[in-house]
Design a binder for this molecule. Structure first.
Ligand code: F6R
Length: 606
């Protein structure tokens, strides 16, 4: 949500920052802007901003816009409408300070009132502008001190980068709750909210902690706390190469990421399976066997798609480890003063590792002394750092705003956790082996499902005229239905509802008619006959049915047949064709697939 990028070095900065913004656009895309230290005699700061996508900004850059130091931002509006004025960077009254900011300043209204009373005129409705004025008005000598002084007045979250025309040799950055990553180059330095904007230039990065600041000069950087004490941070090497962030031969990131799932699952399994004991090694859990045996409940917290992965995960843990488990949206959990039980293992699940609601839930749990694990994709992200241990899901970079491969890898990672906990408790060697064999079959079975894309595309064409769709599933199939329904609505904008198949006759059956098709998850498990009965009920009301099943379903108008795995692992496979269904439906409706309206990846605000 909102992306920051900055550069200091010898290269022409504007094209470099624009390229960085393109890579960050998935974090927010309602407006963008750039500020540079202008080279040449006049010097000083120059800014350019535009409502809309980064390409709008590019087309609006003034002819003379040369410099070798600058900061830029792509926005997802929180304070004030998306327009030119509210786009970042924001400048102070004298035009000497430029600030880009991710996060929310909670006391912005109060600070704005004080500054206005002092005669400051605001040019935007944003919270960020307050910060530009505070820095501009500081009497401190050094830029670092000016920024520090301004931040003392701020309550809320921020990742910021600051330019000052009197300090053209540096960029000052700070972090509290919103990611800031430094990219360390050869006589050039980068800063970004996300490694995606850095990896084409350097894979050496330093991730700032909350409460940390940094000064970047072309040939040097130093990090320190907001109180001014030096911190030591040596660069780490980013795991993925620049190409992992490119679209390659695909037309959209969503398609690329759906197609990568066999490899992604393979990565999640690699080096973790222990055939000797029919279990898995999860090195980062930091939970020994005795502690694992002491767990009496598992509570999984996540948002959106990750919450759905958590619902499947909870069922897996309950089935394989026989530990009572459930999942809850982190956004709800944190507001209901939850009872925190010392024998409960909490698991925070998040692709970005930045989602504010999940992070806040983790912090609340930690404050109350709970043990919290993370199931996270982005290495070194805030949630990964806040938790006591965890599992990286190793899906690789996910750029499309809607999550696909990461969902699949989260569910696979939950299967690993369930197996691990199960084998420490009462899951037999034979069952452990059965699950391991099933996990090993997944990549090949995913490849088989993806090979059926042309057929799924045809089906998408048949259902794309629907105004509304129903998704149903029973027990293991229900979270699959929920995720498939979310995927369809967010990328195609077709209204979709998900219901447990068992609940149909308790109300939603009233909606069934030819114009309301149903997608039904029908695995060949012990509930097959019950699911078939639901299909009969729908057919009797002239409803159209698309089934995802292990064999053709007589009552369905169409069936997508998926390969069968172990019953506990079937949910991993049954969702995949429905990702393609959502994708092709959206494509046929001409939607902006990678950047659906009103959405942004990494929701770092409440
Ligand atoms: C939907 C989607 C969102 C995210 C949710 C949590 O396709 O991507 O629902 O799953 O915003 O994000 P993370 O997983 O980054 O915590």
């Amino acid at each position: 949500m909102c992306g920051i990028v900055g550069y200091i070095g010898k290269r022409d900065v504007a094209p470099l920052l624009l390229e960085g913004l393109q890579r960050l656009e998935y974090r927010g895309y309602d407006s963008a802007g750039i500020a540079i230290h202008a080279s040449g005699k006049t010097g000083g700061l120059k800014t350019a901003k535009a409502k809309g996508r980064v390409r709008e900004l590019e087309s609006r850059l003034p002819k003379r816009f040369a410099g070798t130091t600058g900061i830029a931002h792509t926005r997802w509006a929180t304070h004030g409408a998306p327009n030119d004025e509210n786009a970042h960077p924001h400048v102070d009254a004298e035009g000497k300070v430029a600030v880009v900011h991710n996060g929310i300043i909670d006391n912005a209204a109060e600070l704005r009132a004080k500054l206005t009373a002092d005669g400051v005129e605001f040019a935007s409705e944003t919270d960020t502008e307050v910060l530009a004025h505070l820095i501009g008005r500081s009497q401190a000598e050094k830029l670092e001190e000016k920024v520090r002084e301004a931040l003392r007045h701020i309550e809320g979250t921020y990742g910021i980068a600051v330019l000052h025309s009197d300090f053209a040799d540096r960029i000052v950055v700070a972090r509290n709750g919103s990611p800031v990553v430094l990219g360390i180059g050869e006589k050039e330095m980068f800063v970004s909210s996300d490694v995606a904007a850095l990896v084409s230039h350097t894979r050496q990065v330093v991730t700032l902690d909350d409460g940390e600041m940094a000064t970047l000069k072309a040939d040097d950087y130093r990090t320190y706390t907001t109180e001014g004490s030096r911190t030591t941070s040596s660069p780490e090497t980013v795991e993925y190469a620049a190409e992992s962030y490119d679209m390659g031969a695909h037309d959209t990131y969503m398609h690329k990421e759906i197609s990568e799932q066999a490899d992604a699952v393979d990565r999640a399994l690699r080096g973790r399976i222990d055939d000797r004991f029919s279990t898995v090694h999860l090195g980062g859990l930091n939970l020994d066997a005795r502690e694992a045996r002491g767990v009496r409940r598992v509570k999984i917290l996540g948002c959106g798609t990750s919450y759905h992965a958590g619902q499947i995960g909870a069922q897996m843990i309950e089935e394989l480890a026989r530990i009572p488990s459930d999942a809850e949206p982190a956004s709800e959990f944190r507001y209901r003063n939850p009872v925190v039980d010392p024998d409960t293992l909490y698991v925070a699940v998040s692709q970005s590792g930045e989602t504010y609601d999940v992070l806040a839930a983790v912090q609340e749990l930690k404050r109350k002394g709970a043990r919290v694990l993370g199931l996270v994709n982005v290495v070194g992200s805030a949630i990964a750092r806040e938790t006591d241990g965890g599992i990286y899901v190793h899906a690789g970079p996910e750029v499309c705003v809607v999550s696909t491969k990461c969902f699949t890898n989260m569910v696979v990672s939950f299967a690993l956790l369930a197996l691990h906990l199960g084998r420490i408790r009462d899951l037999s060697v034979a069952d452990g082996k059965r699950i391991i064999d099933g996990l090993r079959r997944l990549p090949q079975q995913i490849t088989e499902i993806l090979a059926g894309e042309a057929e799924i595309k045809k089906l998408a064409g048949l259902y794309a005229d629907a105004k509304s769709m129903m998704f149903i599933g029973r027990v293991r199939g229900y979270p699959v239905a929920r995720e498939a329904s979310l995927k369809l609505k967010e990328v195609s904008y077709i209204h979709a509802e998900a219901y447990p198949a068992s609940e149909l006759k308790h109300g939603p059956l009233a909606l069934i008619e030819p114009a309301m098709p149903t997608v039904a998850i029908v695995p060949d498990d012990d509930l097959l006959e019950k699911n078939r009965a639901a299909l009969e009920e729908i057919k009797a009301r002239s409803g159209r049915i698309l089934a995802v099943a292990h064999q053709e379903q007589e009552k369905a108008d169409h069936t997508i047949v998926v390969p069968k795995n172990e019953p506990e692992l079937d949910p991993i496979l049954m969702g995949i064709p429905l990702q393609l269904l959502a994708y092709h439906t959206a494509l046929s409706l001409g939607r902006d697939i990678d950047k659906p309206r009103n959405l942004a990846k990494s929701v770092t605000v409440e």
